[in-house]
Design a binder for this molecule. Sequence first.
Ligand SMILES: Nc1ncnc2c1ncn2[C@@H]1O[C@H](COP(=O)(O)OP(=O)(O)OP(=O)(O)O)[C@@H](O)[C@H]1O
Ligand SMILES: [Mg+2]
Length: 235
Amino acid sequence: MTVEKVRTGVNGLDDILDGGIPRGNIVLISGSAGTGKSLLALSYIYYGAKSCDESGVYITLEEFPERIIENAKTMGFTDIEELIESKKMVIMRTDVFDLEKLVGGIEDMIESRKAKRLVIDSITVLSAFSEKPFMVRKSIYELANMLKRNNVTAIFTGGIESTEEGHFGVSVEEYAVDGIIRLFHKVVGSQFVRAIGVIKMRGSSHSDTIHPLGISEVTGVNVLKDLPLPENFRV
Ligand SMILES: Nc1ncnc2c1ncn2[C@@H]1O[C@H](COP(=O)(O)OP(=O)(O)OP(=O)(O)O)[C@@H](O)[C@H]1O
Ligand SMILES: [Mg+2]
């Protein structure tokens, strides 16, 4: 049986994922600050709305929707407002203090939009605002179950402590998800170098190589799968 793949539309990423994310999977995109998590997640929702007729919900727990939209327009997503107006996608900021309400609110939005794609940017914020780790874990599991029930393919973004880098860690989020993609932004010589690697993806083969990642206003986010990383690049 072949697994249906959901194309991310991010140049090069679908190739290293053997076609895309298996439908219904939840994927964690983790990386330290400024590695490109939000841009990659937004590209996924935008591409689904624009090119795949798949309605998407982008939940932002960090940045304001207006800022995200303004920035997206400078990254070449010039028609993002039209996609939002025609209800093909929505960027929504939500209160994180009531976790049960949060999960219920996301489900209502998914049902009313018949959404196929979801982003939560970032899942780390949930832990940061709750004193009760058990409640956060419970909410993440409830959220994951709800997404499976609705056959939604989701991306969660997550930060990692800078001290944790290089250690392919074991946070709550990493257990609850089907796939993990790690982003890097490292000093090599006198340059910052961006990179991306797939750590796991249930139901799919994937590249085991760490590939260079490009972010530019002209071409957006690109996995440069045919280019090598500098030899002295270390994660
Ligand atoms: N409009 C833009 N034009 C050019 N480069 C951009 C633009 N927007 C973002 N970038 C580049 O992409 C980088 C990553 O941005 P992004 O917000 O996706 O990172 P992030 O991993 O979500 O960061 P954080 O952990 O702070 O949320 C920025 O630091 C910047 O270098
Ligand atoms: Mg971000």
